[in-house]
Design a protein around this ligand. Structure first.
Ligand code: ATP
Length: 309
């Protein structure tokens, strides 16, 4: 069941077309991630859906509700964590949550939220004394205090260290277990890969592609990179290079000192052939690796650009 559908969204700021033509739908209970480089139009897209920015063109439907006719009902259904969150620095997390709870007709108990965002221990510390990761967790807590069905998180992990990022991932996965729908933006490919049911790659105001992380990667997994390091040095690598170039599944090779890199469509068959060769020649292979494709490879393949976090 679709809980959100956006069609042909467009938004310009003066001469800048921030969002050119964006359409997608989000299903109940999924983590839907919008990923793209700086200035791709992620925040503008999210802010239009959240009712904070009026689109120049396009439709936004939450089931059978839209902003024009059902603004109050939509506000009760969604929770928003913007890029910079408004919270009270002199109050504690507990006080912030209690205060935000009074803004809504229904709210989840503060204790439950503190536990979910792993801040129970810091519930009585002033917000200004919290770390960046703890503040960000509180920002998510404030977004979900009203127990929304659909949660928008705009780059919740930007600027956080790897451990703090993982804590945020845990919250997102926990929300999924609770049956919530999460729409997330991020710069981090690894994050999109780990958390998302589907990923929407945007670049320059347009959608590049939408699919599950594994399907996106599979689309490109025509070739895999295999790396072999030879104990017997450069001579062995050179001979293996000549041999590998004759194999039908190998498209290209690169030999550098005692290491041979090759790209093959059937890595298992290629390795089998290579091991037969090394055994015959009595060469010893010190290290073998097959590189996994990542979403980063997908982005580069679709846009022709390098990915920058
Ligand atoms: P980031 O990852 O840096 O947050 P983003 O993908 O979220 O980027 P947006 O913030 O949506 O991108 O910005 C898209 C484009 O629109 C950028 O060129 C940005 O400078 C421009 N833009 C966004 N908001 C405004 C505004 N209020 N006024 C003028 N230009 C804006």
């Amino acid at each position: 069941m679709n809980v959100l559908e956006v069609k042909n969204l467009q938004k310009s700021f003066g001469t800048i077309m921030a969002v050119k033509d964006i359409s997608f739908s989000v299903q109940a209970g999924e983590v839907f991630t919008i990923i793209g480089p700086n200035g791709a139009g992620k925040t503008t897209t999210l802010e239009m859906i959240e009712g904070l920015v009026t689109p120049d063109h396009g439709e936004i439907q939450f089931g059978d509700m839209n902003w024009g006719q059902h603004a109050v009902a939509i506000k009760m259904k969604i929770g928003v964590q913007p890029q910079s969150s408004a919270m009270f620095d002199l109050l504690t997390p507990e006080e912030n949550l209690d205060l935000f709870a009074t803004f809504y007709e229904k709210a989840r108990p503060t204790e439950e939220i503190l536990k979910l965002i792993n801040l129970t221990e810091h519930r009585k510390n002033q917000v200004k004394k919290l770390s960046g990761g703890q503040r960000q967790r509180l920002a998510i807590g404030l977004a979900i205090i009203s127990d929304p069905d659909i949660i928008f998180l705009d780059e919740p992990t930007t600027g956080l260290d790897p451990q703090a990022r993982r804590h945020i991932w845990d919250i997102i996965l926990e929300l999924k277990k609770l049956g919530k729908t999460t729409i997330l933006t991020t710069h981090y490919m690894e994050e999109a890969e780990k958390l998302s049911d589907r990923v929407c790659i945007v670049d320059q105001g347009n959608i590049v592609t939408i699919d599950t992380p594994s399907a996106l990667i599979e689309k490109l997994t025509k070739e895999r990179e295999i790396r072999l390091a030879f104990l017997d040095g450069e001579k062995a690598a050179k001979e293996a290079d000549t041999f590998a170039n004759q194999l039908p599944s190998v498209s290209r090779t690169e030999q550098d000192g005692a290491t041979l890199k090759l790209w093959a469509t059937k890595p298992e068959d290629t390795l089998l052939d290579l091991f037969k060769f090394t055994k015959e020649k009595e060469y010893q292979v010190e290290q073998v690796s097959i590189r996994e494709m990542s979403l980063e490879d997908v982005f580069i393949a679709f846009t022709g650009k390098e990915w920058r976090d």
